[in-house]
Design a protein around this ligand. Structure first.
Ligand SMILES: [Zn+2]
Length: 199
């Protein structure tokens, strides 16, 4: 993905084709004032349906080993193919955030985890997501290769492969975790972190 541009309503360009027509009646949406609304919105000129476009929640975990290392996966799919990230994915409509944390971690790593404290919550408007990162205790399972992960392996706080971390929000979450557990270590400057794809 190249540099993201924002169109009407602040909608990222890659998302625009998905919000062009009314999902209720199929008529092309128009953009403008809606009675009682503070900002201009997409709405259907035929049936009046107002189309709210909001970020989605991505639920991720930092599974921590008994030795205090974080388990990361080498991604097997785009975006961020072959780079490192924590396990995670989109919250499904019928599950809680904690359930999603457990499910995504198991799917992508083979590890059973128990979510602990939230490390942080990270907005990424270019990707239209909010990413939550849980610290997690590993309670079972074995690391395994999956469709989405080519490798799962532990990294000590001082051995994080910062330039090979896939996403800006992953850098921020891992950075916040390292700052907690090893405040003595140098951290990457957030202003120097730039990834033009994904979260
Ligand atoms: Zn309509």
């Amino acid at each position: 993905m190249s540099e993201v541009k924002f169109g009407r309503g602040g909608i990222p360009d890659w998302l625009e084709p998905m919000v062009r027509f009314c999902s209720r009646c199929g008529v092309e949406l128009t953009f403008g004032q809606i009675e009682g609304e503070e900002r201009d919105r997409l709405a259907c000129p035929s049936c009046g349906f107002v189309f709210y476009v909001n970020p989605r929640l991505v639920v991720t975990t930092l599974p921590i080993t008994d030795r205090g290392e974080v388990m990361l996966i080498r991604r097997g799919i785009a975006p961020g193919y072959d780079m490192w990230a924590q396990p995670g994915g989109f919250l499904e409509i019928d599950e809680t955030v904690r359930e999603a944390a457990v499910r995504e971690t198991l799917e992508e790593t083979g590890l059973q985890i128990e979510p602990l404290e939230i490390i942080g919550l990270y907005s990424r408007v270019q990707a239209a997501v909010v990413v939550v990162a849980y610290e997690a205790r590993i309670v079972g399972g074995e690391p395994r290769v999956t469709h989405e992960s080519r490798e799962t392996r532990p990294f000590a706080p001082e051995a994080i492969p910062w330039p090979q971390i896939a996403f800006e929000t992953s850098v921020l979450a891992i950075r916040d975790w390292v700052a907690r557990v090893r405040p003595d270590l140098p951290l990457p400057d957030p202003s120097t972190i730039h990834r033009d794809f994904g979260a």
